[in-house]
Every structure is written in C-alpha cells, then in structure tokens.
Ligand binder design. Structure first.
Ligand code: SF4
Length: 222
C-alpha cells in the first residue's frame, strides 16, 4: 500500500525555533515524528502518561516510543509515572464515558506538565501526538492544550491537525512497518474495564496485555 498523499513540509509557527512534543505512544507519534524529521524541525519527545494502567502496559508503550526515538536520534524526556496524582484527579469520574470530563482532566494533566517542562527548559512551543488518533475528539484535545499553555507566559500550544494530508493513513503504515505494539484500549484502568465489558458483550475475549503487534500482514482494521 502506498501513501495516498505526499507529506507536506511543515514549518513551525512564526517566532518558534523548536518544539516539545507530548507523545502518548509510538503508533500515534510515529507519523508526527517522521513529518517533523522530514521537515527539518528541531524537537524533543516528552513522555508523560500516568494515566496508563497497569505498569506493564505503561512500560511496553514507553519502550516502543523510546525504540523509535533512538532510531532517529530524537531526544526523549521520560517524565514521572505519578499514578497517585492521576487517580486523585480522576476520583468521582470513574464511570464517565470516553471523551467526557475524565478525559478532559487526563489531557489537562498531561499537557500542564508538558507546558511546565517547556517553560522551565527553554521551549516556547508544545504540541501532542494525541490528536492524530481518530478515536479522539480533536477539539477537546486542542482546548486542553491551549488552556494548559495559557498558564505559562510565553508558551504556545500548536494545534496542527496531524491527521490531514494523509497523516492518518501513514500513521497506520508506519505502525505496521515498525511492528509497533498495538494497544487495544485508550490507557487508564477505566478504559480497560469498559473496553473489556464491550468485548465480552460482543462475545470476544478480554484484552491480553503485551501480545498484539502491528504487522504488514494486517488488514486496515485500525
Ligand atoms: S479514557 Fe483515555 S483519555 Fe480518557 S481518562 Fe482514560 S486514559 Fe485518559
């Protein structure tokens, strides 16, 4: 399968010379990273995802992302796995649906830490790979990104739509080429619970952590 659209060379918004890219996982950030590399943009990966549960899943997703960053010599900032903080903030939202207020809290928390790191380490521009997934509400993500950046003077959230110009298609192609780990739920314990409930209602098995990887033999199912 070939790319349906050529990648366009990107330039950073005026006034910025480098980017701190929050990454949620290798499959989502792969296309974003390759686009930035091909565009000659200076960037670092910021991995802050204390939502991911359990720790085994967290480690697999993180290691996949490190593997790809090392392959391209991209700096990888491995931030805290402060799950107590995440669970404290999620209290009372355990039964919220995906794309609801728990997810707004979750994006806010991850972007606030990204913006803080940016402010303390000489970055003026932040963005995230989260919005490339078709399972996500891009407006919700962008609103959280802009809100987090607004808490720090001189920090801007870049709400570039990574899905466009074939980005969503190439995201899947890269995942297959790199044989990335294929996570089967968003990340938190509640999304794992709800995905398993849905699967069981469909007569399917529960999710088995750490076993599914993208491959070139796959159909375009994701
Ligand atoms: S479903 Fe995903 S975005 Fe929403 S709270 Fe859970 S991990 Fe965060």
């Amino acid at each position: 399968m070939s790319n349906k659209l050529e990648r366009q060379k990107l330039t950073l918004p005026a006034g910025h010379d480098k980017l701190l890219l929050h990454s949620c996982c290798a499959p989502c950030s792969g296309e974003v990273m390759e686009t930035l590399i091909e565009s000659g943009i200076d960037f670092s990966i910021f991995f802050y995802n204390p939502n991911i549960h359990p720790v085994k899943e967290y480690e697999i997703r993180k290691e996949e992302n490190i593997r790809f960053a090392e392959k391209h010599n991209i700096p990888f900032i491995d931030c805290d796995y402060d799950t107590d903080n995440w669970f404290a903030r999620a209290k009372g939202m355990e039964n919220e649906p995906e794309k609801g207020i728990r997810c707004t809290m979750c994006f806010d928390m991850r972007f606030e830490r990204t913006a803080l790191y940016a402010a303390e380490n000489g970055f003026s521009l932040i963005s995230s790979s989260l919005g490339i997934s078709r399972w996500k509400d891009m407006k919700q993500i962008n609103d959280c990104g802009h809100r987090s950046a607004s808490h720090y003077e001189g920090i801007t959230y870049w709400d570039y739509n990574w899905r466009k110009n074939g980005g969503a298609v190439r995201m899947l192609e890269i995942s297959k080429k790199e044989e990335f780990y294929q996570q089967e739920y968003c990340g938190c314990v509640y999304s794992l619970r709800d995905t398993n409930r849905w699967r069981m209602s469909q007569g399917r098995d529960r999710i088995k952590l750490g076993v599914k990887f993208y491959s070139n033999a796959m159909d375009d199912e994701s």
